[in-house]
Design a protein around this ligand. Structure first.
Ligand SMILES: O=P(O)(O)O[C@H]1[C@H](O)[C@@H](O)[C@H](O)[C@@H](O)[C@@H]1O
Ligand SMILES: [Mg+2]
Ligand SMILES: [Mg+2]
Length: 281
């Protein structure tokens, strides 16, 4: 598999770039907005078109590989991570940004074998930044090596998180409570890029010390998780334990010292797992 992983990586980069071009072109036109799990969980025809393009392209080259794609799962496909080679796809991470032309939008493609992410590609289309990682081979942005921040003092840190798309009052209260706790540590700032994949690439790039979220999905974080760990960071559960990609909980941090401080401030809850949730809306 070692050499074929490079073939997978090269193909994922080419497909992500092609997908990014479609996203950019679509930004110039009208976007028909539909909703999924809630009134603020948005999807457009471009999300669906880009996902089809990625899956069709990959199937031509790797006909036996499996897929977990955000929009295919929304249409009723199983969200099951097996030991088989699997492409984990978010065609547009940051759909709300895309709808509003807020300029952080990514194509995220992870590739896993034995349930372990081996290749991660995040293409931040509007910045034209191609983030890539292969397990054991480092993380890169447009070919330049990435390294997480060396900061160990949480008070000198910027922390990224997201509001998600669940507007259940109890969940919103927990999200805000965690955010308030982090802000009051104090930290230099709290930020939301509006895309999990780009938040993770910001950790990998050393611009923010940590990103945490409860409620995102496996396709939001599969590629980014490898990019963070290959840039020297840690990817954990929000309770500080081992990350489970299907659990919809993640904490990516530059180092353990920062991670431990953030873990203490997060109000924990467990959304339904990706492999247990009925995603079809
Ligand atoms: O739906 P997209 O835009 O692919 O992904 C977003 C999630 O829906 C949202 O819950 C999360 O907060 C955001 O970070 C993620 O990228
Ligand atoms: Mg997403
Ligand atoms: Mg998406």
């Amino acid at each position: 598999m070692a050499d074929s992983l490079q073939t997978v990586m090269d193909y994922a980069v080419a497909v992500a770039r092609k997908a990014g071009e479609v996203v950019q072109t679509a930004l110039a036109g009208d976007r028909k907005v539909m909703t999924k799990s809630s009134a603020v969980d948005l999807v457009t025809q471009t999300d669906q078109k880009v996902e089809k393009l990625i899956i069709q392209s990959v199937k031509e080259k790797f006909p036996t590989h499996r897929f977990i794609g955000e929009e295919s799962v929304a249409a009723g496909e199983a969200c099951e991570l097996t030991n088989e080679p699997t492409w984990i796809i978010d065609p547009i991470d940051g759909t709300t940004n895309f709808v509003h032309s807020f300029p952080f939008v990514a194509v995220s493609i992870g590739f896993s074998v034995n349930k372990q992410v081996e290749v991660g590609v995040v293409y931040s289309c509007l910045e034209d930044k191609m983030f890539t990682a292969r397990r054991g081979r480092g993380a890169f942005c447009n070919g330049e090596p990435l390294q997480v921040s060396e900061q160990t003092d949480v008070h000198q840190s910027i922390i990224a998180t997201e509001f998600g798309s669940n507007r259940d009052p109890e969940v919103v209260d927990k999200i805000f409570c965690s955010m308030k706790n982090v802000l009051k540590l104090p930290v230099h700032g709290v930020r939301s890029a509006g895309t999990a994949a780009i938040n993770m690439c910001l950790v990998a790039s050393g611009c923010v010390e940590a990103y945490y979220e409860i409620g995102m999905h496996v396709w939001d974080i599969a590629a980014g998780s490898l990019i963070v760990s290959e840039a020297g960071g840690l990817v954990l559960d929000v309770d500080g334990g081992q990350v489970d990609l299907m659990s919809r909980r993640v904490l990516a941090a530059n180092n353990r010292s920062i991670a431990e401080k953030i873990v203490k401030e997060i109000v924990l809850f467990r959304p339904p797992r990706d492999d247990a949730l009925d995603h079809k809306q």
